[in-house]
Design a binder for this molecule. Sequence first.
Ligand SMILES: Nc1ncnc2c1ncn2[C@@H]1O[C@H](COP(=O)(O)OP(=O)(O)OP(=O)(O)O)[C@@H](O)[C@H]1O
Ligand SMILES: [Mg+2]
Length: 503
Amino acid sequence: MADGTPAAPARLVATGLSKRYGAVQALADVDFDLQPGEVVALLGENGAGKSTLVKVLSGLVTPDTGTITMDGEAVNISSSARSQAAGIAVVQQEYSTVGALSVAENLVLGKANSPFLWTRGRLRSEAQALLGEVGLGHIDPSTKVEELSVAEMQLLEVARVLAREARVVIFDEPTAALSDAETEKVLAVVRGLAAKGISIVYVTHRLPEVFAIADRVSIFRNGRSLPSVAIGDIDVAGIIQMMLGRTLETMYPERKPVAGDERLVLREVVISGLSAPVSLSARRGEILGLTGQLGSGADLVVKALASETPILGGVVEVDGSPLKAKDRSKGLADGITYCSPDRKRSGIFAGLSIVRNLSSSWLSSVATAGTVSTRRERTAAEALASAFAIDSKRLGSSVGKLSGGNQQKVALAKWLGNNPTLFLVEEPTRGVDVGARSDIYAKLRGLCEQGMTVVVSSSDTNEIHGLCDTIATFYHGEMVGVGPADDWTEDALVAAVMNRSEK
Ligand SMILES: Nc1ncnc2c1ncn2[C@@H]1O[C@H](COP(=O)(O)OP(=O)(O)OP(=O)(O)O)[C@@H](O)[C@H]1O
Ligand SMILES: [Mg+2]
């Protein structure tokens, strides 16, 4: 350095990392480095190898080749205990919390230097402090984790790393199901850790976040690392070009006026969990978007229509007939499908092949006298795969081996393969990369032009603003606004979601 002080060694240097799974080269001679107190955004398409690097650094995956040093010394991080002992803490992409344990127990689980016996009171007060820092102050620490929503679980994962003493904290898509309000909390946590000299690896598909926190971006493509770029030297278009190897003309398909008949009508519908009745409608061909922050209830309308949440009063009509609220186990009425936000709880079968997952909701339609035609199944699955940017060469492999974003694409494609007339979906593009997202939006719009109606709830205001024809916003268990998308600016939508006045 110019003033003569020796430069501090890099916090973490990974050199020549490779990892192969059968025919898939997940990491190919990857180099990665991280300085003390630095925030590096790790970006790339679905399946590019980001989580594989995260798993190598967390001791869950042993690389085939490569070396890792921390603060100038070679480290052995060949197990998760060793990785933790070396000072690496990780917020994994798929939740690692234990559902049957309480929130408080999960927070101290695996914490280094935890006293042998926690008193109940100490456990509770430590947990409460950590929850407050991530915006989960409203959660009782004795709640079982399995009762939390996807967004709450994400925030709980973030709270868990705060309980660790770490030199490096890795966040693998911590905000994929969070609205702007909760995202702000996570970004504040990241900034706070970096200010203390902790180094951060931050994986996301939500590119605006990158510019809010990162010092540098490191982009992976097909398992290879590209040379990193300082944040001041790149913009969103530049990042997309490096990620995809091409530019993205438009993210959202063009909106045309929707003139179809009323398909869905909600009149004064009382939904468990919402404090006021909801009246809404959607036409054939229309995409109705619902948004709000955590706990706003925006998701409850979708859940109620999908019979996941009780409807306590009012009228719901689909194509002029009352909606038959069925027991969940009996499935939904004909023509209606629901894609849950939680891939783990429902939606996809990790142990089955991509083909079988894609066909599971319409298998009977390609069966003759109870026998499945595998050729017809495969042909239909191939068509879906290509529409949803799913690698058609991998249709035979199990879904559990796909990257997070690719699993999400399978979940969506599976339910749309049913040709629903009414498609109910929460967080449709959770964890999906920018390129595949634009394909999915185009596909949804195309199906709507053929008469499908979509009711979508999403924490991503940009998605709701860009995709939907009509937008309803929710705050604290109440619908607070509804109107044509053209009447909203994105800023106004964000303000409404946060209940700020600058409309
Ligand atoms: N256990 C496994 N068996 C086989 N293939 C695997 C396994 N784990 C990962 N892969 C493959 O390695 C590649 C990289 O996956 P990885 O999860 O690192 O992607 P990613 O960049 O995190 O993607 P996403 O943005 O979707 O999370 C993918 O092709 C994935 O299918
Ligand atoms: Mg991943």
